[in-house]
Design a protein around this ligand. Structure first.
Ligand SMILES: Cc1ncc(COP(=O)(O)O)c(C=O)c1O
Length: 454
């Protein structure tokens, strides 16, 4: 099978809401020009996120049905724990209800006021959870990531020179270094194993733990397999394991490569730290064998984690992203290159040069795509990143088209590309936007805005 031919067939279907331009315009006004506030029944193709929006397999549903809902020590937890241990090689496993719950729990225990956390790119909730602890995050992505059009294969890498300098000279305490695989914020770009090897060596030299944000660990392995000559002939599971083996702990949102609609985990090696995390988990998430999840979620995730590492699935998944990227590029729409693992990132700053960053070109393009064709997407730029403390302007103003797993077909992706092609023809007419309400690092979720003619 080639990469656009799905390695699955459809068993259950869900109708897509059909709306008119008038309905969508009214929905935008009511939502304060914020797509997070638009009701899903007014969205045709929903590319807002790949998080928790995938289709579960028949095997996942079957295991979910068989699940054990015991409060403590359920068989579903044992299966979950066995799977996480086998994939990560980490003995201590705490389920949590989603990725950010794991962030909150780990940071509550290991992060203190005034700390500094270096990362290739901390995701927005990760940053917010660190800032809530009074810490500062410093993103040090590889220099190649600064040019969205440079065809560098591993733009998710951490900048090792900067990391070395920070570890050597920082006057703030550094409780951990966090490597996000793939780098969602930077375009879903992969991190190569040799970069993690070098980062782990530096962390070890300075006695600082290294953690992995593993939300898209399987997609990262798939992209490494395609792009890293040193990894040829290895399985996605082996590549993923090599990266986990280098880390002290992992944070995982199972709403991505857990192929589930909810869930997450914290995995780590230290029993002593596990005990401290367990205390916070019991107080705020639930007992350590369910962590805010139902047994059926634990079973669905255990199966999903295995399915995410299936080479046939990964070929199709990465092929879909590549297909959308190629279709847009052929229409002259600038996209972050090369394509990442879960989304295509359109360079909205380049497409709408008349809209300054503080009038949110990525957001403007997202709103127009919804108005034009009922497609929901998401800004990854100044609106998302500049509401927190010490805002650092992002290198680019992007529009993210995130592909839910196993949900849309090639024809849907072609519909998306055609809509953006039409918008490109009148890009100069698009307005900027101004915030009326909403502040803080997570303002993009709740803000209300209004158009400002460019
Ligand atoms: C890289 C990364 N880390 C953490 C999270 C947070 O996970 P969750 O949405 O499950 O809380 C996300 C969510 O999109 C993410 O992309």
């Amino acid at each position: 099978m080639n990469s656009t031919c799905p390695p699955f067939r459809i068993k259950v279907v869900e109708p897509i809401p059909v709306t008119t331009r008038e309905i969508r315009e009214a929905a935008l006004q009511q939502a304060g020009y914020n797509l997070f506030r638009v009701p899903a029944q007014k969205v045709g193709i929903d590319l807002l996120t790949d998080s928790g929006t995938g289709a579960m397999s028949a095997a996942q549903w079957a295991h979910a049905f068989e699940a054990d809902e015991a409060y403590a020590g359920a068989q579903s937890f044992q299966r979950f724990e066995r799977t996480v241990r086998a994939i990560t090689g980490m003995e201590q496993v705490l389920p949590v209800h989603q990725g950010r719950a794991g962030e909150r729990i780990v940071f509550e225990v290991v992060v203190r006021e005034g700390d500094l956390v270096p990362s290739n790119h901390a995701f927005d909730t990760t940053r917010a959870n660190l800032e809530r602890r009074g810490a500062r995050v410093i993103d040090i992505p590889h220099p190649s990531s600064r040019d969205p059009l440079a065809p560098a294969p591993f733009k998710g890498d951490i900048d090792l020179e900067r990391l070395e300098e920070i570890l050597r000279t920082s006057t703030s305490r550094i409780p951990l270094v966090l490597i996000t695989v793939t780098d969602n914020t930077g375009g879903g770009q992969p991190v190569q194993p040799s970069n993690v090897v070098a980062a782990a060596r530096l962390c070890k030299q300075h006695g600082i733990p290294m953690w992995i944000d593993a939300a898209r660990f399987a997609e990262n392995a798939g992209l490494v397999l395609e792009r890293d000559p040193e990894s040829r002939g290895r399985s996605p599971r082996e590549i993923a394991r090599q990266i986990f083996d280098l880390a002290d702990g992992a944070l995982m949102s199972c709403k991505k490569d857990g192929m589930a609609n909810i869930g997450g985990f914290v995995a780590l090696r230290s029993r002593e730290l596990y005990e401290r995390l367990a205390e916070v988990t019991i107080a705020t998430e639930g007992f350590v064998t369910y962590g805010g999840l139902a047994g059926r979620d634990l079973d669905a995730i255990a199966t999903g984690l295995e399915e995410a590492l299936d080479p046939g699935y990964l070929t199709h998944r990465l092929g879909q992203v590549r297909h959308l990227h190629a279709s847009l590029t052929a229409l002259g729409i600038p996209c972050v290159t090369p394509p990442g693992g879960h989304a295509v990132f359109v360079d909205a700053g380049a497409l709408l040069p008349h809209i300054p960053a503080d009038r949110f070109p990525g957001h403007s393009l997202a709103l127009e795509l919804y108005r034009e064709a009922g497609i929901r997407s998401c800004e990854i730029g100044t609106l998302m990143f500049c509401g927190g403390k010490d805002p650092k302007p992002p290198d680019s103003e992007l529009l993210r088209l995130a592909l839910p797993r196993r949900v849309y077909e090639t024809a849907h992706l072609d519909y998306v590309a055609a809509a953006l092609g039409r918008i490109r023809g009148r890009a100069r007419e698009l307005p900027g936007y101004r915030i009326l309400e909403g502040h803080g690092p997570l303002r993009h979720f709740t803000a209300r805005l209004e158009p400002v003619p460019a």
